[in-house]
Design a protein around this ligand. Sequence first.
Ligand SMILES: [Zn+2]
Ligand SMILES: [Zn+2]
Length: 472
Amino acid sequence: MTDTSKPNKDMERDSLRELAQPPVELRELLRYSASCRCGRDHSVDIADISLREHAIEDLPSILENFGQNQRIVVVADRVTREIAGDSVQRITASAGHRVGVCVVPDGIGGRPHADETALEIVQRSLAQADLALAVGSGTINDLVKLASFRRTIPYVVVATAPSMNGYTSAISAITVRGVKRTIDCRQPYAVIADLAILCRAPRDLTLAGLGDLESKPTATADYRLGGRLRRTYYCPAPERVVRRAEERAAGYAEGINRGDPEAMAALTEALLLSGISMKLAGSSSPASGGEHLMSHFWDMTASEENRIEGWHGAQVGVCTMVTAALYEQLREIRPDSLDIEAIAASRPSVEEITRQIRRRHGTRANEVVSEYFDKHLSNDDLYRELEDLKQHWDEIWGGLSDTLRPAGAIRRILATAGASITVQQIGLTPRHLKTSFLAAREIRGRFTVLDLAADLGLLEKLCDDAIKIAIG
Ligand SMILES: [Zn+2]
Ligand SMILES: [Zn+2]
């Protein structure tokens, strides 16, 4: 027995290594499930994705899986109802189902918002439904994902714009009492991404999709850094799923600018894979790092400044240039120049940090304090982290080199596509950028490059240089 146990163990390890490589094609990822050597099981709940021109024709066959004469509620907003909601309703009725319609009302800025009021409306509309059919992009998808999850019914989404990566994710972003939260739910049963519809999406929304996608290099670097420095959960499998698709989409920047169907297909595919990578990881970590925190910070402060929240991906794209620039600055540091004693000695005390958070975050301060202190290191732990950094500096940066992309390259990709590359273009000021750079890391317990800079005592020192790439 003892003789054979070792080879068996080796074989087992080898087979798990095989399983740690999920496929990179959408089709092969449907209902994917495998154990991984990271110790977790990775799975995808989505049963069907149709990404092609006239994909909407696939709707009846997808609905067939639920049986005959189902009670189906189509959820749309004023705009998406016109774009696709009416035809979805017609197709569903012709397939022999009983169809109801819920139109989510517009909020401030003349568009709907994913908040508790809208959620209540959607949830109520699904009271008797067997299935929800979301027709829209970010907001409608978030609302229906959470409302159907709470009603314990499945949902299918008909995408109306390649504007974000949430179609295939298992989390919903909802604003509750003014604070943006991500809530765990289920992935949709199916996604219909009809290129005929997506190619007619408002240009701003498509460019926002590219901005969201372009955060992948820095978000992945943050995810890896968290795993390496803070021992937070990290697995290389999720990021592998989206990597090639992201590079392909970035290469289509010009085509995205022109609205070419082939480019739109590449962008949509990469966004769908990005959502799947979050499901595989069990969190948004592989697709949401410091650049997302900066964007969320602007969203959270919008109402008190009487601003309307900007497009998520447009903000994220601009912030990604900044966090990429910060990575470049930090990488320039020579490890032997790090004076650990001096860094630790100049660190603000817990009381000082708490006072600063209260000053910066006003009515949300209590919540922010508890998030921030999730990742705050004791002096001893900071000391250890800095020692680790100093000793393994080159190895740590080597581990990030294949994902990081120069800030200038990200700027070029966004500019080529016609997306916003300055904070002014997204309706904000250099002051907004600076405040967010300094304060955003406090709103979430997730470790990012902004924390790395803060741990090195450099966040404020490097701020002006890092943000200048995004100031027009
Ligand atoms: Zn894994
Ligand atoms: Zn995002």
